[in-house]
Design a protein around this ligand. Structure first.
Ligand code: PRP
Length: 212
């Protein structure tokens, strides 16, 4: 692919559409990117931008390896996978929090090993290591909330946005681990070699974020 574009990895879904609209406001429009349903790569040569849609959990991989110059990824995924990228800006969207949740009334009596179901195994391990608590991690890929209901785990470590999923499954937040929002990230060598272009974009996107 031609190299004078800024290649942007967008997370497929609602968050990606929100991020795209920030880029559009920042002067990098490419309407087709949000209007076409199956195509994955879109470019606007005048604006020097190329967008592609990838699975949210893959954005950081594309950026770390330089297949994308920049991208938008949740802080949850950045902390879980620890990619070697620059974090350029907080996009202040995709806001949620990483929590420990459990069936209503649960309290950890510190007896035995705590069974923790999660997609975020590194975050969970780190969090409980900091507390000196022995845990058994049960790695799941989704619908984490069902684990304590079926007795597969005592607690879950997961993201909560509105709280509806927890509520509808009789679970509650035990503790918030950290707040989450989407971040603009950049490949380290792209940031060096396309420095002026990327900084210009990051500044314009930052302004669009401030106008929200
Ligand atoms: C996430 C998270 C919770 C839900 C929280 O799931 O894992 O299940 O959103 O949102 P709420 O607080 O607004 O109810 P996601 O939609 O990513 O699907 P998943 O089950 O595959 O994790």
């Amino acid at each position: 692919m031609k190299n004078d574009f800024i290649n942007v990895a967008l997370p497929k879904g609602r968050l990606g559409e929100k991020v795209y609209s920030l880029f559009e406001k920042a002067g990098y429009p490419c309407r087709e990117a949000v209007e076409s349903s199956r195509k994955l790569v879109f470019e606007n040569p005048e604006a020097g931008i190329r967008y592609f849609w990838v699975k949210p959990s893959d954005v950081a991989i594309y950026v770390e390896r330089g297949a994308a110059d920049i991208g938008a990824a949740g802080k949850d995924l950045l902390l879980e996978y620890g990619p070697d990228v620059y974090e350029l800006a907080d996009l202040r969207t995709g806001i949620c929090r990483m929590v420990v949740a459990a069936p209503k009334g649960f309290s950890d009596d510190f007896s035995g090993t705590l069974r923790v179901a999660t997609k975020f195994t590194n975050i969970a391990r780190e969090y409980y290591r900091g507390k000196g608590r022995d845990i058994d991690i049960i790695r799941l890929n989704g619908s984490i909330e069902i684990a304590p209901i079926l007795g597969l785990s005592d607690v879950i470590v997961d993201i909560v946005e509105t709280g509806t999923t927890l509520k509808e499954n009789d679970l509650e937040v035990v503790e918030t681990i950290f707040p989450v929002s989407a971040r603009l990230i950049a490949n380290k060598s792209s940031y060096r070699f396309k420095n002026a272009e990327i900084r210009k974009l990051a500044e314009a996107v930052g302004k669009a974020v401030n106008q929200e």
